[in-house]
Design a protein around this ligand. Structure first.
Ligand code: ZN
Length: 306
């Protein structure tokens, strides 16, 4: 697949408290691994454009946007919620994190790309319409989905394989029959927000120590039948790599091959169902070496897909 990695140096500028796991080095390990793996030469590198306030408002209420703007400090750090801090340069990072997905939508709809990985931070899937939470400020992916809808894309599927439930994304699209949301997550675990499944919501809780076989079962038994029925025109992925065996943020046991397997399945689905493309957003992943290896396994599977 014609694949791009979309990022921006400003995404490194968002800094939280000392030793916070959601740190700038997360992006460096992905870049380093891409270079070392040789996958780098097979992908297009694009700089994320700057998103606007109007873009934020596609998925968020005005009071949240104002609150974030007003909370950004002139110096030092400001606490946004119990887990998330803002620094003077955070808005520069947020604008590019959101902008990456908008560019990905434009490039795929113009048939210039088949897939894009948005290697950006801060992450987004815990942010809902009115609240930031869990290291997330705005829901980057949800904004890109809304943007794609504004460009005429009718049916969109979002697959979330971060170890945490994608509660913000669930909330934003709960009443939207044109968006299918599938999320797997360790359960019980933060943020404990899964609601009952419906026609366009598939929550797939997994007990502690679930591994790649459980991931495969979730995809083949729960997600794939739903995807076949729903027939999305565009696929989004909330790609968190914190379910990795080496990531002590949680207690699942996925490895690089599992991420590659799922990505290959999704690429095959896309091709068979005549879906326009795949837009994948970095969410969690805090064990730096495992994050680099897993993200590259994911990107390589996109590149290698026919
Ligand atoms: Zn996570």
């Amino acid at each position: 697949m014609r694949t791009a990695v979309i990022s921006h140096p400003f995404c490194r500028k968002h800094k939280m408290i000392e030793d916070h796991p959601e740190c700038p080095a997360r992006l460096d390990v992905i870049t380093d691994r891409l270079l070392a793996s040789g996958v780098d030469i097979a992908i297009t590198h694009l700089q994320a454009p700057k998103a606007s306030r109007d873009d934020f408002l596609l998925a968020h209420d005005e009071p949240l946007v104002s609150h974030v703007e007003q909370t950004i400090p002139d110096e030092g750090l400001a606490e946004l919620d119990g887990d998330t801090w803002l620094c003077p340069d955070s808005m520069k990072a947020i604008e590019r994190a959101v902008g990456a997905g908008l560019l990905a939508v434009d490039e795929i709809l113009a048939d210039k790309l088949d897939a894009a990985f948005c290697s950006v931070r801060p992450p987004g899937h815990h942010a809902n319409r009115s609240t930031s939470a869990g290291f997330c400020v705005f829901n980057n992916l949800a904004i890109a989905v809304k943007y794609a809808q504004s460009k005429g894309v009718k049916r969109i599927a979002i697959l979330d394989f971060d170890v945490h439930h994608g509660n913000g994304t669930q909330d934003i699209f709960l009443d939207d029959d044109n968006v299918l949301f599938c999320s797997l997550f360790q359960h019980p675990f933060y943020p404990n927000t899964a609601v009952e499944n419906n026609a366009t919501l598939v929550n797939s809780p997994l007990p502690i120590a679930s591994d790649g076989n459980d991931l495969k079962a979730v995809y083949l038994e729960q997600w794939l039948p739903k995807l076949n029925e729903f027939k999305p025109e565009l696929l989004f992925i909330s790609a968190g790599f914190d379910a990795h065996l080496e990531d002590d943020m949680a207690s699942l046991k996925f490895v690089e091959d599992d991420y590659a397997w799922l990505t290959t399945q999704l690429a095959e689905f896309c091709q068979q169902q005549d879906c326009k493309g795949i837009i994948s957003y970095l969410e969690g992943g805090y064990a730096l070496s495992a994050l680099g290896r897993s993200a590259v396994a994911h990107i390589k599977a996109l590149v290698d897909a026919p």
